[in-house]
Write a new protein. Sequence first.
Length: 438
Amino acid sequence: MTTPHTILSSQARENLPTHVAIIMDGNGRWAKQRHLPRVEGHRVGVESVRTIVRTCGEVGIKYLTLYAFSVENWNRPKDEVDTLMKYLARFLKSELAELKENGVRLRIIGDRTRFDPDIQRPYQLAFNLGVSHEVLPGVAVTAEWFRSTFKQLIERNNVALSLTDYTPVTLFNPVTSGTVTAYNLAPAKASASDLLDSNDPDLRHRYDGIEINVSARLPHGARVFGGSSTERTLSNSCSAAKNNPNLLAFCDQWQNNIPFQTSFKLAGTYPLPWYGIAVSASLQALAGASASSDPLPYGQFTAGTGWDPSGNAAGPNGRGTYLNVAQTTTWTATTCLDASKCTVGQRIIPGLTQAGLTVPLVAPSTEYLPRLNQVDFAVNKSFSVGQMRFSPKLDVFNAFNSDAYTGISSTQFGAATYFRPSTILQGRIIRLGVDVKW
């Protein structure tokens, strides 16, 4: 049988490297070029790995390193990551016997973050109950209730630390004029790090929503349809603070008066009684976007919570308006708003051990951007000339030129970009067009 080893000359075999390293990249692009789903590229990539491993063994290459998955890859769509993990597990199960038979040793290198040996995959329980009824001839109403609860959420803790390694520091809260507590790490523990990912059954994350929709066929060809959506998500991440008390701030959203948010949409069409002209209009009255980083954002890596255990980024308790404190950060005229409780020019946390600390000032999910109200209009008419049919139309988007904003630059109190709008609704657009069919 011809193998890669037999077709190589003796000189070529002598020049073979001892160690080959391959960056496994481009599966998605390969699939896109062939108009295939991205996951198909990953499946073919697995077949390539099988060929590469066998070929290295046949030609005598002793070491093969495959750079297969980076930390950034966890930010890909959840379905794609799940598929990659399935392919990896399937490959190991199907090839393990052959690898062992051929004397191949498998080692995992890279991120050495530890996982609890009993770690389980997080999951979601979703419930909904709905009813639909024709309340009048041509008028139907649908109402549905939704609830989702999330189980076996994972947290990442620095188990080299304990609550006794921190000292509480009381700070002035410039938003409420009250106080807030931050926790300074003991200098002896500044470099202590032993990260462990594990399930925490006490992490709570629940979504509740109610949707009501109406559809009506009215006399003279008029149609109206629309609905409302009222929803709220609550989380309790207090148990994730067992190794870092800085994660305790606003950790129980059941105590933070988180409001329900309601959005409305309404649209209708009406054929005018002359010249075949039809008019339509729509209204969107959407709840303002949250200005916060969400607590326990389900589905992200780093334990289904996506937080930095050092406390330098948004934690499992989320982050609303906050104070950014570094070791040399001092009170300024924009952050020290009460001279009796702080002093301009004085360090906010003298002797801070951590390189940086975000101090929450406002509970997440209680700060929202303005509601977005947008009205659109359209007029169209159809007529035929011979075998050709023309449909001229006029569309007016954002007819009242709303300047509502849907994003902000920062929630860092005292920063020049604090609550500065970063994304503004596009202004009024008038579009003229015609569809021609023949």
